[in-house]
Design a protein around this ligand. Structure first.
Ligand SMILES: Cc1cc2nc3c(=O)[nH]c(=O)nc-3n(C[C@H](O)[C@H](O)[C@H](O)COP(=O)(O)O)c2cc1C
Length: 304
């Protein structure tokens, strides 16, 4: 059987599939279920901010032909209320990556420091949410701001720092390079893509927020392209995310240069054991093609 273990920034993963941020309510118990019953190699928490936040009103999510459209608006209980959830999630046998969002670097530092105190194994900076004014993509599309946030957070904590990027920038490699130069430990790509749905009968947008983020199968080609371009620019590991439902989807990301993957909408399409299923499909493919370890396939589509 092929060896699908992988290591990201010194964190050893029993398999390369992680839960993506924001999926499944994100209580400590739901994260624990994803580890114990779903078989994920690691889980990323919902993006957590300084204060409790309700998010955008309903409808905030809908299913389209080939993906999901959501404008949750970063609802979360705030950092203080998240400590007990972290304690529960940490009872599982897999690393917990804490996702955080803020509108300035000082708050990012504060949140990262708290999450490190709570026991998180790594921090994921959400620099890419496409539908929250003042946060996410608005900061993550500027390499100077990205550099400052990553450098300040790195300076403040000891655990690894990942930066999650959006594909809707002119040159994602340039943003990734800013993360690496600031000392960031890994890149996560991609977040959802800004999109909208109009209901012709009503002549109006379906989402309360009008605009949301597209995820699922429709965005996989954009995610694979982003990872491929990032891999051409940086040496730090890349975690691929976007439209992964099957082992073959994950393999595209590995071949583009990713060392691990995250699955979000795939939980909606295939259930919480999507992680175990995808791992099985990756192993079967590798056995059939005589690849003995994940490293044998990472970045092979980049070779001349
Ligand atoms: C309902 C929902 C909520 C999400 N919330 C977050 C979030 O809080 N923070 C974040 O960085 N990404 C969030 N995302 C983006 C996912 O983590 C992921 O990057 C994106 O959905 C693409 O992966 P997928 O096609 O496997 O779903 C969310 C996605 C969905 C569908």
């Amino acid at each position: 059987m092929a060896d699908i273990r992988t290591t990201i920034a010194g964190i050893e993963l029993r398999n390369p599939t992680m839960l993506a941020s924001g999926i499944l309510g994100q209580t400590g118990l739901s994260l624990l279920r994803i580890i114990n019953e779903g078989g994920a190699g690691a889980v990323v928490t919902k993006s957590i901010g300084m204060e409790p936040r309700e998010g955008h009103g309903s409808p905030c999510a809908l299913e389209l032909d080939n993906g999901l459209l959501n404008a949750m608006g970063l609802p979360n209980p705030g950092i203080d209320a998240f400590e007990p959830e972290m304690k529960i999630a940490l009872k599982g046998d897999a690393p917990i990556i804490a996702s955080i969002f803020a509108d300035d670097w000082g708050k990012f530092v504060n949140l990262a420091t708290r999450m490190e105190e709570f026991g998180a194994n790594a921090i994921e900076l959400n620099l890419s949410c496409p539908h929250a004014t003042g946060y996410g993509l608005e900061m993550g599309s500027d390499p100077v701001i990205v550099h400052q946030i990553v450098a300040e957070v790195k300076n403040a904590i000891k655990i690894p720092v990942f930066a999650k990027l959006s594909p809707t920038v002119p040159d994602i490699g340039k943003i990734a390079l800013a993360v690496q130069e600031a000392g960031g430990d890994a890149i996560v790509a991609i977040n959802t893509i800004k999109a909208m749905k109009i209901e012709p009968e009503l002549g109006m947008p379906v989402l309360k927020n009008k605009v949301g983020g597209l995820s699922g199968p429709a965005i996989k080609p954009a995610g694979v392209r982003a990872v491929y371009e990032i891999a051409g620019k940086v040496e730090i590991p890349i975690i691929g995310v976007g439209g992964i439902n099957t082992g073959l989807d994950a393999l595209e990301y590995f071949m583009a240069g990713a060392s691990a993957v995250q699955i979000g909408s795939g939980v909606h399409y295939r259930g919480i054991d999507v992680f175990g299923k995808v791992n099985q499909e990756i192993s079967e493919f590798m056995d059939r093609k005589n690849y003995s370890k994940l490293n044998d396939i990472i970045g092979i589509a980049r070779r001349p």
